[in-house]
Design a protein around this ligand. Structure first.
Ligand SMILES: Cc1ncc(COP(=O)(O)O)c(C=O)c1O
Length: 266
């Protein structure tokens, strides 16, 4: 037996599955330079043009001068700094939720939320076309894992009948590869009828959707009871990087304890 990467790479190339990274040689924006070629960009997620916005750049400059640039420690030690906390409070206000928790990436937000909320003896039900990070999170949680047909509330309802333990229903808000919207009112109705929680990853909805850019939950006018766990990423319409999980006071405390100074808004 040998670990023959050369043969595996050759096989991948032969199947036209070998992927290469195009080299971006300009800032993100509608007009970019990729591999030396000026192009119009239809494939980035910088939906509001903030990734290279002068005010965002200035805020980063001012932040770096005031706070430095290193994390220094984990949030549970002494890495949870005032600007992190202020951003969590601003994101809680934006989403109309009592708490929001910051994560370094959307991948980590999904892994953190799902694995904190469900485990052995519980059930996690996911849309077949969910983002890979949600599927990985469901598998890693140790809960009974099942996928329902894409955006199909009746397929979800059938699986909810067989669910055991705490049950988390998980869906993208705007599906990342197809761009269609989850039928959240129907999914929320099914979940609530069975006492399950609905978690929505609205990475692509925050910014473009909703009268105030509040994403798919604002678009459909849904409440926190409809969508108890709401995930957003900051690397798309928000123009920077990172992610957050927004929810109730207890949900926030369960996923991550609040620092002592936080106001109890429950
Ligand atoms: C729906 C969805 N969730 C999560 C992520 C992961 O976000 P991040 O790149 O911040 O890890 C993405 C990124 O493409 C996404 O499209």
């Amino acid at each position: 037996m040998s670990f023959d990467l050369a043969a595996r790479l050759a096989a991948r190339r032969a199947e036209h599955l070998y992927r290469q990274r195009p080299l971006l040689e300009s800032p993100q924006g509608p007009q970019v330079v990729v591999d030396g070629q000026p192009l119009l960009a239809f494939c980035n997620n910088d939906y509001l043009g903030l990734a290279n916005h002068p005010q965002v750049i200035e805020a980063w400059r001012a932040g770096a001068s005031r706070w430095g640039v290193g994390g220094g420690a984990s949030h549970l030690v002494i890495g949870h700094a005032t600007p992190h906390h202020e951003l969590e409070e601003a994101l809680a206000d934006l989403t109309g939720r009592p708490r929001a928790l910051l994560f370094t990436t959307g991948y980590m937000a999904n892994l953190g939320a799902v694995t904190a909320l469900v485990g052995q003896g519980d059930t996690v039900l996911e849309d077949r076309l969910n983002h890979a990070s949600l599927l990985d999170a469901g598998l890693l949680s140790g809960a009974r894992f099942n996928r329902y047909l894409h955006n199909d509330a009746s397929s979800l309802a059938k699986r909810l009948e067989k669910a055991t333990g705490n049950t988390l229903v998980v869906t993208d808000g705007v599906f990342s590869m197809d761009g269609n919207l989850a039928d959240l009112p129907a999914l929320a109705r099914e979940a609530r009828a069975k006492g399950a929680w609905l978690m929505v990853d609205d990475a692509h909805g925050f910014g473009p959707l909703g009268a105030n850019g509040g994403g798919i939950v604002e678009h459909f006018g849904l409440s926190q009871e409809d969508v108890p766990v709401l995930v957003g990423t900051l690397g798309k319409a928000f123009g920077t990087a990172g992610a957050f999980v927004a929810g109730g006071e207890r949900t926030g405390s369960f996923i991550h304890p609040a620092p002592p100074a936080v106001q109890d808004k429950s």
